[in-house]
Write a new protein. Structure first.
Length: 316
């Protein structure tokens, strides 16, 4: 285990915002994850986890007094229809390996810049698919012991799993997926189409955290004045989910800037850091501004999808 001190976390998040960690480990094996957690326990420090670094917001106004583990495990093994993938494996790499084995089902995954562990934790999804759909079980480090949890024992919901709960101290080590044989060339074409659709509608080549807000699904917007002014709400109400990007855009917030961050002019549910000089305070201020304006216009509260690293520090 290569334990480092006072390392900047800025390079390890797609937002390119973040301060220093007191201790930092790039864990390339399961054994190194376990060793890092043991070190944290010995020194009575909480543990924070970084996967692909997308949908992650990190403070930059203080040293994070914890052991931060960058999950970089890359193991993938395939037996028949069962695919075992370690937590640090990117969705793109996982999908490519399953196609090489003649298996299909994860075609939406490369459009999401996630690692397996983070995707399981947040039940990541796109184009009608969710991580939980083909998941069979999850291998975790729990109270110093490695154990396997069947999918049926894991609570999942929209962009949620029980691993996000404040009381949960599990560290996801790997996931087991069950896929099916299929037409790989057709599947690869679908992957390309999904990625193209994402690139057409979302910012590319600029620092951002991914979607900042969850899509709104708590209740319908039924005020007649709003339905008359924004007729697309009628269809969204039927679907049961209103895209937060739509609400933000209709609230007139595209291009809105605070300090070094701004609402993307391409997709309103993205906050971008175009010059890589934004601060945590800038992000907080813009998020609050967006929430306040959407509440003012539509009367609803949109919730953040992005995760704050300091809020998920756990004593493991």
């Amino acid at each position: 285990m290569n334990l480092q001190e006072h390392i900047s976390l800025k390079p390890y998040t797609t937002f390119r915002i973040g301060g220093n960690a007191r201790y930092f480990v790039i864990a390339k094996t399961e054994a190194e994850i376990i060793e890092a957690v043991a070190f944290a326990r010995e020194h009575q420090l909480p543990v924070g986890l970084i996967g692909a670094g997308c949908n992650l917001i990190i403070r930059d106004d203080q040293v994070i007094d914890a052991v931060i583990i960058k999950i970089a495990t890359q193991g993938v093994s395939i037996e028949g229809n069962e695919v075992y993938a370690e937590a640090g494996v990117s969705f793109s790499a996982l999908t490519a390996k399953t196609h090489q084995a003649g298996l299909v089902g994860l075609e939406w995954c490369p459009s999401v810049p996630a690692s397996v562990g983070g995707a399981i934790r947040g039940n990541a999804g796109a184009f009608g698919g969710e991580t939980k759909d083909l998941l069979t079980s999850v291998r975790v480090l729990r109270d110093g012991l490695v154990c396997e949890i069947p999918k049926d024992d894991i609570e999942f919901a929209y962009r949620y799993s029980m691993f996000k709960d404040s009381e949960n101290t599990d560290i996801i080590l790997s996931g087991l997926f069950t896929l099916q044989p299929g037409d790989v060339e057709e599947a690869r074409t679908q992957v390309r189409e999904f990625i193209q659709r994402k690139q057409q509608n979302q910012p590319v080549g600029v620092a951002c955290s991914g979607c900042i807000f969850q899509n709104y699904d708590e209740r319908k917007i039924t005020e007649q004045k709003l339905l008359n002014q924004y007729p697309q709400l009628v269809e969204f109400n039927k679907q049961g989910i209103i895209p937060s990007g739509y609400l933000i855009e209709q609230a007139g917030l595209k291009g809105t800037k605070v300090g070094g961050v701004e609402v993307s002019s391409k997709h309103a549910n993205y906050i971008i850091n175009p010059n890589n000089d934004a601060t945590f305070a800038d992000v907080q201020a813009l998020i609050t501004k967006i929430q306040d304006r959407v509440k003012e216009v539509f009367g609803v509260c949109i919730k953040e999808e992005a995760v704050y690293l300091d809020q998920y520090l756990r004593y493991r």
